[in-house]
Design a protein. Structure first.
Ligand code: CMP
Length: 139
């Protein structure tokens, strides 16, 4: 079944000119870009996006990192896109990420881990709607 997921290329990656290399891995892995935009998040937007983590010890650092520079948000579509995107990204911590994944190759640390991807059908729906209107998404 075709599925959509939200992908974010984070400030640590855009600042190091890694956008193209990351998109190449996503597309090369079989994900189709059906929407894309560049944004510079405000503190309020970043806080709203990551509201589920607001009580975590890493929350303040996460928000500071997310507003440090521009991000690229994309809607990616494929069969089982959520799981496929997470496989291509690799685990949250680059130390344990698998060879060839985005995070293994490009992430600096858990806090500066280059990409975000939706982790469930529910979060994909929420995160896509957070950044895109339906008429900004193409098949
Ligand atoms: P992301 O997939 O964007 O979701 C939440 C982010 O919080 C995560 O990637 C990491 O960048 C960051 N983070 C920092 N520390 C942790 C941690 N201990 N566990 C999970 N996420 C963390």
């Amino acid at each position: 079944m075709q599925q959509r997921t939200l992908s974010m290329i984070k400030p640590d990656a855009t600042q190091r000119n890694l956008t193209g290399k990351i998109i190449s891995k996503l597309e090369g892995g079989g994900l189709k870009i059906v929407a894309a935009k560049m944004l510079h998040l405000s503190k309020q937007q970043a806080g709203e996006f990551y509201v589920e983590h607001k009580d975590k010890v890493f929350y303040n650092t996460l928000i500071e990192n997310m507003i440090a520079a521009t991000i690229i948000v994309q809607v990616l579509q494929a069969e089982d896109a959520i799981a496929l995107n997470r496989k291509i990204m690799g685990s949250t911590d680059p130390e344990t990420a698998e060879t060839g994944t985005v995070r293994k190759d490009f992430a600096i640390s858990m806090q500066k881990n280059s990409v975000h991807g939706s982790d469930s059908v529910e979060s994909a729906a929420r995160e896509i709607a957070f950044f895109f209107n339906e008429d900004e998404i193409f098949n």
